[in-house]
Design a protein around this ligand. Structure first.
Ligand SMILES: Cc1cc2nc3c(=O)[nH]c(=O)nc-3n(C[C@H](O)[C@H](O)[C@H](O)COP(=O)(O)O)c2cc1C
Length: 194
């Protein structure tokens, strides 16, 4: 693959609407490749500032309860429809991953948290790109519920860990072209010292 082909592959990745995402998701071997790509993310100080959790199909209902619980904590009397919509979020995507930030504080390292977050972000991009190269669509999601303390606890995250996002992976029939991206010529400017 030459550089132009790589850029074409990167540029052709778009996020898939979850409702149109179908089975199958990546198999175990493909998932291993995707995770291998995450491990290749730039990591200042080798702090390993992220990890990946897979939510298997038999744990989706339990995840749905975490979503419902988070809604109950935010709303005084949520409707049955609202709770059903919350639970449904756990079912999206044949393969569902959680990117977890494992951040080291200033008492442990001089490397700031924002660098560790960037590292996790690059791992995320590596993962969705490899999924795309394998022919899978992806969607990255987060949401208010996933930031709830009960969600954090339910996922079994420790004190220094943070939920960063879900990554849903599956197949999609006709991926839509990307919209609203910046033009390369607008991104790059030349610094001129005073
Ligand atoms: C960490 C993170 C969390 C996101 N959470 C959501 C979300 O909860 N809902 C949503 O619609 N898009 C979310 N997005 C944005 C989409 O996944 C997607 O990247 C965006 O719509 C741009 O589309 P594109 O990837 O096709 O360029 C999130 C993106 C990132 C990086």
């Amino acid at each position: 693959m030459n550089a132009q082909q790589l850029v074409d592959l990167i540029s052709s990745r778009t996020s898939a609407p979850l409702k149109r995402m179908e089975t199958p998701g990546p198999n175990a071997e493909e998932l291993k490749l995707i995770v291998e790509a995450a491990a290749a993310a730039p990591d200042h100080g080798r702090l390993h500032p992220f990890r990946i959790l897979e939510i298997p199909s038999d744990a989706r209902d339990a995840l749905g309860e975490l979503f419902a619980q988070a809604v109950k904590e935010r709303q005084e009397a949520p409707t049955d429809e609202a709770l059903a919509r919350a639970r449904e979020k756990a079912q999206r995507g044949p393969v569902l991953l959680v990117l977890v930030g494992c951040f080291h504080g200033s008492e442990e390292t001089s490397i700031p948290k924002y660098e560790q977050m960037i590292s996790a972000g690059t791992a995320l991009q590596n993962m969705v790109l490899v999924a795309h190269a394998l022919g899978y669509a992806s969607r990255i999601t987060s949401g208010e519920s996933a930031r709830a303390a009960s969600f954090h606890k339910g996922l079994g995250l420790s004190e220094n860990e943070e939920f960063l996002c879900f990554i849903s992976l599956g197949k999609i029939d006709d991926p839509r072209p990307a919209k609203g991206r910046q033009e390369a010529q607008e991104l790059l400017s030349i610094w001129t010292p005073d």
